[in-house]
Design a protein around this ligand. Structure first.
Ligand code: NAP
Length: 257
């Protein structure tokens, strides 16, 4: 009996590459940062106020043998985003992966929604993705490689009462993802979106779980690591190189199209 050929090496790692994850101090962003660091990337942990949590994550990654450092920036502010990307390029000399994850909610029924609550959600969840993408674009297009992953939400597809601001921003991210993907494709830069359903993080802590679970065929909320696995695939797997302009739902079957 002839011996079986050895399996190919596991999916190419991100060794030597640099990844910037926005809103990485907590929740999904934290899990994404860990997954990318475990794949060998030097991960830049962006946060806006949770300095201690960001420092703890850096220490955790370093103890595990990975590389990471933290940078404070409000990704809704143009100057802070430009300064953050400059800091990454000055320190690392490259930027291979951008995960636009930072996001907030300011829920309320439309009739009573304050303009400030509309605007702050649009500023961070949509304009923030534009600002970060534009800031990394020159470097990635020049390198003729790069992967951008935008975290949107299933509410971009289905709407949600009380979240007109949030679902509009997340739907905007889908349009932004597809247009950017079309613009960057000829330079080998892919742009995809991941749309989580209900994931157990601080953002969903106060929601009425019983009602939500009824609408999830898999019957449970997702874990941040389950979103991070899909992001890692899009960021690191060679098989994802032919994927661009797509949206992958990680929602336990909540929205089937
Ligand atoms: P989370 O636990 O509330 O964490 C939000 C993260 O965003 C934190 O690290 C926070 O950092 C950061 N952030 C907030 N404002 C920021 C700003 N102005 N600039 C930079 N970073 C900022 O949220 P999550 O549940 O992990 O959500 C992560 C992403 O997934 C969001 O885009 C969210 O819309 C999306 N999503 C979540 C769910 C879900 O069920 N959880 C479902 C669909 C989509 P600081 O702590 O430093 O402020």
């Amino acid at each position: 009996m002839s011996s079986a050929p050895a399996f190919a090496a596991p999916p190419a790692s991100l060794l030597g590459q640099v990844a910037l994850v926005t809103g990485a101090s907590r929740g999904i962003g934290r899990a994404v940062a860990l997954a990318l660091a475990a794949s060998g990337a030097t991960v830049v942990i962006n946060y806006s106020s949770s300095e201690a949590a960001a420092a703890e994550l850096v220490a955790f990654i370093e103890t595990a043998g990975g590389k990471a450092w933290a940078h404070r920036a409000n990704v809704g502010e143009e100057a802070e985003v430009e300064a953050m990307v400059k800091a990454v390029l000055d320190r690392e000399g490259r930027l291979d992966v951008l995960v636009n994850n930072a996001g907030i909610t300011r829920d309320g029924l439309l009739m009573r929604m304050k303009t400030a609550d509309w605007q702050s959600v649009i500023d961070l969840n949509l304009t923030g993705v534009f600002l970060c993408t534009r800031a990394v674009s020159r470097t990635m297009l020049k390198a003729r490689s790069g992967r951008i992953i935008n975290i949107t939400s299933v509410v971009a597809l289905m709407g949600n009462p009380g979240q007109a601001n949030y679902s509009a921003a997340k739907a905007g991210v889908l349009g932004l993802t597809r247009s950017t993907a079309a613009e960057f494709a000829s330079r080998g830069v892919t742009v995809n979106a991941v749309a989580p359903g209900f994931i157990a993080t601080d953002m969903t802590r106060d929601l009425a779980t019983e009602t939500i679970l009824k609408g999830i065929p898999l019957g449970r909320m997702g874990q941040p690591e389950e979103v991070a696995g899909v992001v890692r695939f899009l960021a690191a797997d060679p098989a994802a190189a032919y994927l661009t302009g797509q949206v992958l739902q990680v929602d336990g079957g909540m929205v089937m199209r």
